[in-house]
Design a protein around this ligand. Structure first.
Ligand code: GLA
Length: 386
């Protein structure tokens, strides 16, 4: 199954956790369409953990909890499809899911068939309660084989949290994306922690095997299953900008039925989405002067990620993860570092994608001092320097 760009959509876990049910799913499907999110590319609706009964049926198949899903899963899938969306579900490589529901270990083929029968288009596959005697890479291969032979195209989303060096073997399995880290939660601490280790994982990404930096917490405002302190609008925007620029899947985790204006603006910027979905999927790199891992294991708190886009433009993101305003010295990009020394006679004409501000860079230095916990994301055109 070929997935040409990182998947975008909505997943139930961050907000609903165990409280997922048919009504939430149907209303979220409606909202993906009515809000305009689907038209921007958010077209996978994924039900995460806690959807089944605690026991398999007599036929050995997984059974949707009839209290949560009174009309069964085929009904839900049909509804989601009727909205022009794709339908995703969740299982796990171990004996139980992370929340303790039956999982697919030694039921891989029957479960893949069940998902195919229901009309599932995407499977998130977790890593809890897996037997320690069988390597993770074999467990993911089992389900990948089952999915590849179930008679339906199903995106395979591996969720082994980056453990056991997932990045080094994930492409062998045929998975379309893999989780690079442990779970995100709705706090600045979590966003910063995941962000500062992302660069290591994205090196292993490519078209059809995307590094999944975890579901978005944008717009959660401290509410819901992984809601903690919540984040400021700047912090959510930094989080979204980084996920988009580094080529992570963009799976919304807030309750989209009640998004505020700020959340809408962050999630629905077509210029930012175009960078995430750029057809070439070139790898982003840190072009800041401090693009080094610090001696004591700390990461660069002022990365400047640059990514070549398919039309020859560059995406350039300045990030300030520090608790103080950055200076022109720790937030500057020397154009010779990105292949534009003075001898080329070229410079950058840039547009900031959140504010629309435009300017042309002079003297070979692009400097953007930033408030704490904020970012600027530019699309840059290569033009003649005058
Ligand atoms: C793990 C995953 C999460 C979520 C939960 C569900 O923690 O990493 O994304 O799917 O399980 O229990």
């Amino acid at each position: 199954m070929l997935l040409l760009t990182p998947p975008m959509g909505w997943n139930s876990w961050n907000t609903f956790g165990e409280a997922i049910n048919e009504q939430v799913v149907l209303e979220s499907a409606d909202t993906l369409v009515s809000s305009g999110l689907a038209a921007l590319g958010y077209n996978y609706l994924v039900i995460d953990d806690c959807w089944s009964l605690r026991e398999r049926g007599e036929d050995g198949r997984l059974v949707p909890d009839p209290e949560k899903f009174p009309h069964g899963m085929k009904f839900v899938a049909d509804y989601v499809h009727s909205k022009g969306l794709k339908f995703g579900m969740y299982s796990c490589a171990g004996t139980l899911t992370c929340a303790g529901y039956p999982a697919s270990f030694e039921h891989e083929f029957v479960d893949a068939k069940t998902f195919a029968d229901w009309g599932v288009d995407y499977l998130k596959y977790d890593y809890c309660f897996h037997p320690s005697t069988i390597p993770g890479k074999v467990l993911y291969k089992r389900m990948a084989l089952a999915l590849a032979n179930c008679g339906r195209d199903i995106v395979f989303s591996a969720c082994s949290w980056g453990s056991d060096e997932t990045k080094t073997w994930i492409k062998e399995t045929g998975a379309n994306l893999w989780r690079t880290t442990g779970d995100i939660n709705d706090s600045w601490r979590s966003i910063k922690d995941l962000s500062l280790i992302a660069e290591d994982a994205i090196r292993y990404g490519s078209i059809n095997c995307y590094p999944d930096m975890d579901m978005l917490v944008v717009g959660m405002g401290g509410k819901g299953n992984v809601g903690l302190a919540g984040c400021t609008p700047d912090e959510y925007r930094l989080h979204y900008s980084l996920w988009a620029l580094l080529g992570s899947p963009l799976m919304i985790g807030c309750d989209i039925r009640s998004m505020d204006e700020e959340t809408r603006k962050t999630l629905m910027n077509p210029d930012v989405i175009a960078i995430n979905q750029d057809a070439d999927y070139n790898q982003a790199y840190d072009a800041s002067a401090y693009a080094v891992t610090y001696m004591d294991g700390e990461r660069n708190e002022h990365p400047i990620y640059v990514r070549l886009l398919s039309n020859g433009d560059l995406a350039v993101g300045f990030f300030n993860f520090a608790d103080e305003t950055s200076t022109r010295w720790n937030s500057y990009l020397a154009l010779d570092r990105i292949g534009l020394p003075e001898s080329t006679g070229k410079t950058l004409k840039v547009k900031e994608l959140w504010t629309g501000e435009e300017k042309t860079i002079t003297n070979g230095i692009f400097s953007v001092p930033l408030p704490a916990h904020s970012c600027r994301l530019y699309r840059a055109e290569i033009v003649d320097a005058r």
